[in-house]
Design a protein around this ligand. Structure first.
Ligand SMILES: [Zn+2]
Length: 80
């Protein structure tokens, strides 16, 4: 399962991130806002996973994905 597949809804923002990652035009920071439980952290982690993936989609199959348990995402700054 690719990193964005587990996210329900948020089609517009997921499409934005997929395109940015695919074209290599990723900003140095993103601000996700919304109510508690709206999926901000889930999206942030999916973006981080996709960026670190060898195929740039968080495939879950490549060496980078397999060596990336969730706790290693601490290298990324998630501020709430
Ligand atoms: Zn991968």
């Amino acid at each position: 399962m690719k990193s964005f597949d587990a996210i329900i809804g948020h089609k517009k923002i997921i499409s934005h991130f997929e395109e940015a990652i695919k074209t290599g035009k990723v900003s140095h920071a993103y601000l996700l806002s919304g109510e508690d439980g709206s999926g901000k952290m889930m999206i942030a982690k999916a973006v981080a996973k996709a960026l670190l993936c060898e195929h740039k989609d968080g495939c879950g199959e490549c060496a980078a994905c397999k060596s990336l348990p969730q706790k290693r995402l601490k290298c990324c700054a998630f501020r709430i």
